[in-house]
Design a protein around this ligand. Structure first.
Ligand code: FES
Length: 503
């Protein structure tokens, strides 16, 4: 017997389980509701739980062989997983020739995010996800956003090599960790597909990203790249296939292209928006005959940067704010600061109580948590300058959405759904996002969080060569709309600086 410690909905319980029991079954037997749409067959990859020391694992494929401590997803996270599954394209496994390089071939999907790397390890014969793991992008120490990474490459001789090596090193650590843990040779890893924004993919391949920072923002490459694993010194089968998925432009990367391709929108939705919220907001409008897309620089306010007591989505961050004294922190810890989803809630609440006016004016600082109740022994507050930063960020996103819809000759009422992707999109409460005008108030009730679609796109590319055809067809149908010189941009941006939820 082994001890199993379970963290769920803020409570901890401990139970004994027989050696080799499958974790999902154990959890079900003990009354825990784990989302498992394929019924535990190991094919949907949705029954993830967090195992301390091992990261996110597929619970129906995880035998308990020692004492384990796990964290079950929050109900909200489980709801997003359900939406993601419902709106994700389903494909049968057809991984291509590289699967013949091993008797037990494994593929790896890597979502190279600016902040976080996500790895899905996949059994190529069945297409089932063996394990999902995340790691911080080691380049974060060179700057939080893509522009600071590009600047590092421009201003430091050898800077590109430093960034590339740090990324390859982290990927190799994950590959060797997986092989050691699952007792497989590195030669079993025969296919790796990479998705990410255009800058991350340039750095991954050691291609100078400098041109992405200057007008006319021309990428050195946008098309799909296929290499041999040995060309990047990865710890896998040297004959294995490395695939970098294609991008559209400097600021509509493979993460967006493959993310949209990974969706199976509801057929009842004629026109739908796809919005990936991050330091850049990437927006696409899917209509029956074409796809319009744009990118807008929202800045890092929703990641907690530029905000006096802002912080990333880390332990102690206020992530939900309801009213004074009523909030929730990540990990139920003492409050240390406030992250993006908490900020959106907070501003929505302060607008309702007229602490913030619709034009953004706020008289003095608002104390969110007094010093005696905070984990920093200081007041955690929101300043008038913070409100201004939030206005700038949300106006950039809202303006991009409104211009794109207008550019396509539609009204907002003709948009049937808004699929919200990305980490911040996962956690922000959509009602609050509509109330502060980050998302159009006309679409309140039509917003569907779909999780990490970039990772799902990379995963589908590992599973099936037919996904790549879908991606290429989609690319041919995508039309980029440049916002910076768009005739409506200045006016829209000014109008959306207001908190227009009553407009
Ligand atoms: S329930 Fe589908 S993979 Fe585990």
């Amino acid at each position: 017997m082994h001890s199993l410690k379970i963290h769920s909905a803020g409570k901890i319980s401990v139970t004994d389980v027989p050696h080799g029991s499958m974790l999902l079954e154990v959890l079900r037997d003990r009354g825990y509701d784990v989302y498992s749409p394929c019924g535990g067959k190991g094919t949907c990859g949705k029954c993830k739980v967090y195992v301390k020391g091992d990261g996110y694992i597929t619970s129906c494929l995880y035998p308990v062989k020692s004492a384990v401590e796990i964290v079950l997803p929050e109900p909200r996270e489980a709801t997003i997983l359900a939406s993601q599954y419902r709106y994700s394209r389903q494909m049968d496994p057809d991984p291509g020739m590289s699967a013949g390089l091993s008797r037990h071939p494994v593929g790896v999907a890597v979502d190279v995010g600016t902040t976080t790397l996500v790895f899905h390890f996949v059994s190529l014969p069945t297409g089932s996800v063996i394990e999902t793991h995340t790691a911080l992008n080691p380049q974060a120490k060179f700057g939080a956003d893509v522009i600071s990474r590009i600047n590092y490459c421009i201003s430091n001789p050898g800077g590109l090599s430093v960034l590339q090596a740090s990324l390859i090193n982290t990927i190799n650590l994950q590959l060797t960790r997986f092989c050691r843990k699952s007792d497989r040779p590195a030669g079993d890893i025969v296919k790796i597909c990479f998705c990410g924004n255009t800058t991350m993919l340039h750095i991954l391949l050691g291609v100078n990203p400098a041109s992405l920072a200057f007008v006319p923002f021309t990428p050195a490459f946008t098309g799909e790249k296929i290499l041999k694993a040995s060309e990047l010194d990865l710890e896998c089968n040297p004959e294995g296939e490395l695939k970098v998925l294609p991008s559209l432009s400097a600021y509509v990367g493979a993460d967006i292209v493959a993310g949209i391709a990974s969706l199976a929108p509801d057929t009842a939705h004629r026109n739908s928006l796809f919005v990936d919220l991050g330091t850049n907001g990437e927006i696409a409008l899917l209509t029956p005959d074409r796809i319009w897309c744009c990118s807008t620089a929202a800045g890092p306010a929703f990641e907690g940067a530029n905000i006096d007591h802002g912080m990333g989505a880390l332990e102690g961050a206020i992530k939900d704010y309801f009213e004074p004294g009523n909030f929730q922190t990540i990990g139920d810890s003492l409050p240390m600061g406030i992250c993006g989803s908490g900020l959106v809630d907070l501003v929505a609440s302060l607008l309702k109580t007229s602490v913030i006016r619709n034009d953004g004016y706020m008289e003095g600082n608002f104390i969110i948590v007094p010093a005696e109740k905070s984990g920093t022994s200081e007041d955690i507050h929101l300043t008038p300058k913070d409100v201004r930063e939030i206005q700038l960020a949300k106006s950039a996103i809202a303006s991009g959405i409104r211009i794109l819809v207008k550019h396509a000759g539609l009204s907002m009422n003709e948009v049937d759904a808004l699929y919200l992707a990305g980490g911040f999109g996962n956690y922000v409460r959509t009602e609050s996002a509509s109330e502060i005008g980050l998302l159009p108030y006309e679409l309140a009730g039509k917003v569907i969080p779909v999780g990490n679609t970039s990772g799902t796109g990379a995963l589908l590319s590992v599973k099936s060569i037919f996904f790549d055809k879908i991606v290429n067809e989609l690319l041919n149908n995508m039309n980029f709309v440049e916002l910076s010189d768009h005739e409506d941009f200045v006016l829209e941006f000014a109008m959306n600086m207001e908190f227009p939820y009553m407009r």
